[in-house]
Design a protein around this ligand. Sequence first.
Ligand SMILES: Nc1ncnc2c1ncn2[C@@H]1O[C@H](COP(=O)(O)OP(=O)(O)OP(=O)(O)O)[C@@H](O)[C@H]1O
Ligand SMILES: [Mg+2]
Length: 257
Amino acid sequence: MTRLITFSSGKGGVGKTTITTNIAAALHKFGKDVILVDGNVSTPNVSVILGMPRLPITLHDVLSGKAKLEQSIYLHTSGLKVIPAGLSVKHMNLKMRKKMAKVLNDLIGETEFALIDSAAGLGNEAKQAIEAGDELILITNPEIHALTDALKAYEFAKRVGVKPLGVILNRVNNRDWEMTKENVEEFLELPVIGMIPEDENVKRSIAMKQPLVYAFPHSPASRAIKKLAARMIGEDYRTLEPETITEKILRILGFYG
Ligand SMILES: Nc1ncnc2c1ncn2[C@@H]1O[C@H](COP(=O)(O)OP(=O)(O)OP(=O)(O)O)[C@@H](O)[C@H]1O
Ligand SMILES: [Mg+2]
């Protein structure tokens, strides 16, 4: 069975591409068959952060009917399968965007997971990405304006019958002005399924063109993302990735919890 999951936020810049890419990488690391789809066709980022910017066939070519979906699947050096979006917006029109759900439906039966990164906002493109998924994960920051926008994305998903899995709170600093897990659950009426801390290794990993979970597997955000990915497949993170002696020493010394 293929799970088609869209990651959406309403508000831009909250970490959709970062989280989608790293959950895909973590699921791949745990032995799952995963395809990461750049559903943000007007301002694509997935291939850029993974250091694969010039690819001959992209989702644009599939949407315009010039190529078959299987021709647009690439293997990143990490082993993750990626369907990039074209970096040029020249030939992207509304008709093509509307085909996204239909085109991505062809992934059913081809992979265990297809994770779709979506565009910011709630314009046509973001809506198309939500409709292309069977399930939705909302990503937000612990701030009220990000939550308000996430609520709009959630309302749209409900209207079109996409199943919400929950909310990921990203860039958590545990400061007193931040919305808490309980605030978020009450506001959105959805469970918080992951809390990803602010972690400067995210930016380091992007500079290295590698997913964080590969480049800095023990960093705080990396561990939170792996925990969440394990939860998505009904497994315990520590069973999938038992603690090493070094990690144990660092934990006991208080470097992380
Ligand atoms: N947990 C984190 N810790 C530190 N920096 C982060 C974290 N998550 C994301 N970032 C940074 O936040 C910025 C925005 O992240 P990202 O591009 O993933 O957001 P986005 O929601 O996909 O944006 P857009 O709406 O423009 O597509 C990037 O510079 C990224 O490095
Ligand atoms: Mg993005």
